[in-house]
Write a protein that binds this ligand. Structure first.
Ligand code: 5GP
Ligand code: ZN
Length: 117
């Protein structure tokens, strides 16, 4: 098992395809899947292939440019670039993070309020 894959981490298992899931998009460093419990009509998770517990653990190997490119592509492909979308990274307890493997929520298809609850 490569060092960047953590045993018993569900997103490591999904990203390494040990656990099967329908992959919407794959880049060098990320996979995109549908959230199992969507909070919007469009709700994807952009999951890092390398295990980082959260944003706090990101190192120089993290490809932030690829994240933004993926967000832009998803918005275009799902035709929500004009209407809009929301991107969220929950981090640790106060941020509401439940899966301790870095992922970015991409949500669209409804109007989100601000500030969030
Ligand atoms: P967090 O609160 O950590 O930012 O969000 C974790 C998200 O992952 C939740 O929205 C939850 O529905 C989703 N999730 C948790 N386990 C799985 C899974 O096994 N498959 C998929 N597709 N989504 C998951
Ligand atoms: Zn992991």
């Amino acid at each position: 098992m490569p060092a960047e894959i953590l045993e018993n981490c569900i997103f490591c298992k999904i990203a390494s395809k040990e656990v099967k899931s329908r992959i919407i998009k794959e880049t060098g460093s990320f996979i995109v899947i549908k959230d199992v419990n969507p909070v919007a009509p469009v709700h994807f998770l952009i999951i890092s292939k390398k295990h980082y517990a959260s944003v706090n653990d990101i190192d120089e190997g993290f490809n932030g440019e690829e994240v933004f490119k993926t967000i832009k592509e998803l918005a275009k492909e799902y035709k929500v670039d004009e209407k809009g979308f929301r991107v969220v990274i929950n981090t640790n307890n106060d941020g509401g993070q439940t899966v301790m493997h870095l992922h970015i929520h991409f949500m669209a298809g409804k109007t989100f309020g601000w500030p969030p609850g």
